[in-house]
Write a protein that binds this ligand. Structure first.
Ligand code: XMP
Length: 405
């Protein structure tokens, strides 16, 4: 175990990634909390990183000072520090992590009950798989299908978990959500309504369940790393369904991914035997297709979007383009005149969006080759009724955002 003391800067987590990629476990702390962290975790060595170096008194452990060192030069220095100079073993692997995390959960939970709100996203799916391996039927997972999932997504989540030994409860809330969303076209109003309805559904379930011993959450490391001398949160926390409402009493939280980066979570998912389509999922917003279907949300329009989005995503995946961060279709509320089999049509315009991004705070639109765009466009208009025009979104963020609403 290595402690990285981060003195702030732009790329404060990259050093941690380099160390972990060398199969050595490390944790990041900031300079204010460093001494407490070291006392508690007893690291074998310390690495100093970041750009705003402050004076600090450290215990007598091996120290590598990387403050101000370019990222491209760090790997060689770190490798030589860890292995040549300090003979630190390279034994941090996901297989080992999975084993020890399962053991820890068993010890902590014993024969008590754990509840998890499963969103179908990567993080909560991996938490579900991990805890279920540890405690089987003492884990209950609630998966609310709000009808705003992508094509087959609800079924895929059910398929992955229904026979896993846990208590898997799928709540089919499509009709309920669509009824609440009837007539709403304003983006913020849609987001609010979807968020509120989620809370209502969970409150109702919570009233039936009343109490559990532990709540599990898919919090990951970037959500909690505090870094830099000012102690600011490095990553804004996202609203998701991880937090169940106050009506459920519980004695503790279980957050078994809270020391893992996103790609480590994916690797853990693979080690636990989750299918690739779950593990490699791109981020999907809580309000789902609700904010990718411009205008009123109806089942018919959502189904059109689901079919078109599926084609776009699978064609892009087949093409294996590099640097695709997020890619999806948006059903606009523009209708235009077209012609199919000599018949006039008046149908929807679909927009395609693909961006590359490091942190989702900024993003660049991806230059998909014209012939691939052409192939995708033809496939969608041929196979999906009610779309007669397709446009490709060529704006980056800023000034656009990744999602349209
Ligand atoms: P924007 O559209 O703001 O999106 O550029 C940035 C990233 O955040 C995702 N996103 C959300 N994720 N709940 C989420 O969990 C939300 O309400 C939400 N809205 C946007 C978006 O998909 C992109 O990855």
């Amino acid at each position: 175990m290595i402690t990285i003391i981060d003195f702030g800067g732009q790329n404060n987590h990259l050093t941690a990634r380099i160390v972990r990629d060398l199969h050595v476990f490390c944790e990041v702390t900031n300079d204010k909390k460093a001494l407490e962290h070291i006392k508690q975790k007893q690291p074998q060595a310390i690495i100093l990183t970041g750009s705003k170096r402050q004076p600090i008194e450290l215990p007598s452990l091996p120290i590598l000072d990387l403050t101000g060192v370019e990222e491209s030069q760090q790997k060689d220095l770190i490798s030589s520090f860890l292995f040549d100079q300090n003979s630190i073993p390279a034994d941090w692997t996901m297989e080992n992590y999975a084993k020890s995390a399962i053991e820890d959960i068993k010890q902590r939970v014993q024969d008590k009950k754990v509840l998890l709100a499963l969103s179908g996203g990567v993080d909560s799916s991996v938490v579900a798989a991990l805890i279920s391996k540890a405690i089987g039927p003492n884990l209950t997972c609630i998966f609310v299908d709000h009808g705003l999932m992508r094509k087959n997504e609800g079924l895929e989540v059910e398929e992955a978990f229904k026979d896993s030994g846990m208590n898997f409860i799928k709540i089919d809330a499509e009709t309920r959500f669509l009824n609440r969303l009837k007539g709403i076209t304003d983006p913020e109003q849609k987001r609010k309504t979807i968020g509120e309805e989620f809370i209502r559904v969970f409150e109702e379930i919570g009233r039936e369940i009343k109490s559990v011993d532990f709540l599990a959450q898919g919090t990951i490391y970037p959500d909690i790393i505090e870094s830099g001398t000012d102690g600011q949160l490095a990553v804004k926390s996202h609203h998701n369904v991880g937090g169940l409402p106050d009506v459920i009493d519980f004695e503790g939280l279980i957050e078994p991914l809270d020391i893992l980066f996103k790609d480590e979570v994916r690797e853990l998912g693979k080690v636990l035997g989750l299918p690739n389509y779950l593990v490699n999922r791109q981020p999907f917003p809580g309000p789902g297709l609700g904010i990718r279907c411009i205008g009123e949300l109806t089942k018919e329009r959502l189904d059109i979007l689901r079919d078109a989005d599926k084609i776009f995503r699978s064609e892009l995946e087949k093409a294996q383009l590099p640097n695709l961060g997020q890619y999806f279709a948006v059903l606009t509320d523009i209708r235009s005149v077209g012609v199919t089999n000599n018949q006039r049509t008046y149908d929807y315009t679909l927009a395609l969006r693909a961006v590359s991004t490091k942190d989702f705070m900024q993003a660049k639109w991806v230059q998909i080759p014209y012939d691939l765009l052409d192939q995708i466009s033809q496939k969608i208009v041929n196979e999906v009724p009610h779309i007669n025009r397709i446009v490709y979104d060529i704006t980056s963020k800023p000034p656009a955002t990744i999602e349209w609403e």
